[in-house]
Write a new protein. Sequence first.
Length: 317
Amino acid sequence: ESWKFALEEIDGSVQDAYAEAFKKRIEEKSGGEVTVNIYPYGTLGTSTQLTELAANGAIQFANASPGHLGKLIPEIQVLSIPYLLSQNNECNKQVLGGSEVIYENLDEKFENQGLKLLTMYPEGQMVWTTNKKITSPEDFSNFKIRVMTSPLLVRAYEAFGANPTPMPYSEVYSGLQLGQIDGQVNPIFAIEEMKFYEVQDYMIWAGQQQFTTTVVANYGFYDGLSDEHRQLVDSTVDEMVDVIFKTQDQYNKERLEKIKQTSDIEMIHLNEEQRAVFAERAKQVEKKFVEMTGDSGEKVLNALTQEIKSCEDKMGS
Ligand code: 6CS
């Protein structure tokens, strides 16, 4: 048996590290009975297209990031509300990797789209890269910032005072180079491997957002697995929670050093006061989210907020 796993990121990325480790485990544990083929970004299509392929069963597994999933599953955009996830990434890992409340609330939404939600994991703090120094919403005036294609992200960056432009990942580098956009936002490892830092002047930390992704399977495929194979998938997904958390942390640290060594891009960390101004604006985004998703979205929002808070209380952060 052969399973296809499609990525929204290129070779050497965090999603690639996940898929490689997943593949290795599945193939070993199944004694070679199952093989996994990995399709990095660029081989099968944009994020949106990969989700379609997984939903229609052309592929068995795919990464489907909330940043691109919002039109199909509006509730998943809860993960795109700025300043909602924890500053303590350990809590994000725990809640995204294991919270039954969150999965209970989201399972059905994915199933309705032909998808099985297998797992969610953080890939690192998202950093703005820009051609202009941005420290306040006023600085964002008339600033074209590329966002992923989920509708809530447009709302979020409007609330921050910018002109958001949704576009696929593959078009960002040329968009920056040609001046069609003035900036974009992504975790550090991606800024390095996609070379965005080469065509930008600033990297700006505002603490607003953790990049998160989901791994989905085709629903019919997952549902039709033998008990043995379902157990194989489920146990591997469980094991991967800690593995990928360490990897993303390491990749983001290493790649930041690489950027520092190879470029003179200016790095700016917004202070508490500057962040608070953006955080205040994020409250409008939370409202928009509830408007967009109604009761079901509000339930997910409340569950997530509570789970994060109780983790932070436990960890004393
Ligand atoms: O910005 C994007 O569209 C993409 N960024 C990352 C880090 N992963 C996948 C996503 O599609």
